[in-house]
Write a protein that binds this ligand. Structure first.
Ligand code: KG4
Length: 343
């Protein structure tokens, strides 16, 4: 089934064509540079840039083999969670395309796209996956550990009470003068540093039974530590980056480990990882180690392009939804900025 998908939930204008779980084209136009000077995403600027870019990105995605929408079976679009005025741009385009070309439309939750992103170009995954499986979304806007009861049925096991993991990494990077978004740069700098040079408090250490992810305390401690180390030398920046990343990941792993160990024996055999921070090599290493200790196979998206916001993952989620006949009329589709994964 060929699906044309659109995602404009935050600061990426993204369109894709997928064929079942195969990604044929996946075009992402990032606005990150434009938002960098504000140190975060400016909703009105995001909306304007989506409006300016969307037609170009649609054309670019259709520029390959599937030139004509006639060859596309279905249109999919992200309805949330995300920035209301940004989501609207993608929804309007999807509605117009579906109406003009008389296509069915599928409304997709952005987080479901992230969870299901390891299915991309990995059709075999469906036959080995048993349920419940675990989903872990680590992005700029969300940190969620999810029980996948079956595809389309989810239960949140833990989520962030304040900053998402990616957001926390971005803020730490900013404190070190590494620009925005800083997760990937922080990772590079951390590789050259020694995490043990400094000590930062692991959030809710010893209180993992709270089953939350929280980064605001760590962020405040990092801010104080950075101030105390000024003027910053290159080596200090490497070590501070390493220390923050190490502590942030240690907290994440401790919560996941706590939850999947209780009750024993843990029922999960597979973990699907998605979201921008899933591109991080150190995090993947730690999750693989966790998997080894808990007899859990960890599945990652096949490319970093499938980790950050993109429409390829929306096409995958839409494929499973269309198999369940979950279509919506173009007149009824609407944004849902606070969309939840659970009913
Ligand atoms: O999935 P995404 O595009 O955002 C949302 O859907 O919310 O993820 C963006 C986040 C940013 O916070 C960015 O700094 C982070 O993912 N990120 C990384 C890496 N690459 C992107 N964080 C850590 N290591 C990376 N290599």
């Amino acid at each position: 089934m060929k699906i044309f998908s659109i995602d404009t939930s935050c600061d990426e204008t993204a369109c894709s064509i997928t064929d079942d779980t195969k990604v044929l084209t996946n075009i992402v136009w990032s606005q990150a540079k434009a938002h960098a000077k504000f140190g975060g995403v400016m909703p009105s600027l995001a909306q304007r840039m989506h409006e300016e870019r969307i037609d170009f990105v649609v054309k670019k995605a259709l520029g390959g083999k599937y030139r004509e929408l006639n060859e596309i079976d279905t249109i999919a679009v992200t309805i949330g969670p995300g920035l209301s005025i940004a989501l609207e741009v993608g929804i309007k385009t999807a509605r117009e395309m579906a109406t003009k070309y008389n296509k069915k439309i599928v409304a997709v939750n952005h987080l479901e796209g992230h969870i299901l992103s390891p299915f991309a170009n990995n059709a075999g995954l469906i036959s080995i996956l048993n349920y419940p499986a675990l989903g872990l979304v680590v992005s700029g806007g969300n940190t969620q550990l999810i029980s996948i009861k079956e595809i389309g049925k989810y239960e949140i096991l833990a989520q962030t009470t304040d900053d998402a993991l990616g957001e926390a990494l971005d803020k730490a990077a900013r404190m070190l003068g590494l620009g925005y978004p800083g997760g990937a740069v922080l990772e590079k700098f951390a590789r050259k540093g020694n995490p043990k040079t400094y000590s930062l408090p692991i959030p809710i250490a010893g209180r993992e039974e709270r089953k939350i992810f929280t980064y605001s305390g760590l962020k405040t401690a990092m801010s104080r530590l950075v101030e105390s180390q000024k003027p910053l030398t290159a080596q200090k920046i490497y070590d501070l980056a390493a220390c923050f990343q190490d502590t942030a990941f240690t907290h994440l792993i401790r919560i996941v480990s706590y939850i999947i160990s209780r009750p024993a024996p843990q029922p999960y055999k597979h973990l699907l990882l998605g979201g921008g921070v899933a591109a991080n090599v150190e995090l993947r290493k730690r999750l693989r180690r966790l998997g080894k200790n808990h007899n859990l196979t960890v599945h990652f998206p096949y490319s970093n392009k499938l980790c950050g916001d993109n429409a390829g993952m929306i096409g995958i989620a839409a494929y499973f939804k269309s198999n369940r006949n979950e279509y919506i009329s173009p007149n009824l589709i609407d944004r849902n900025p606070r969309a939840k994964l659970t009913a």
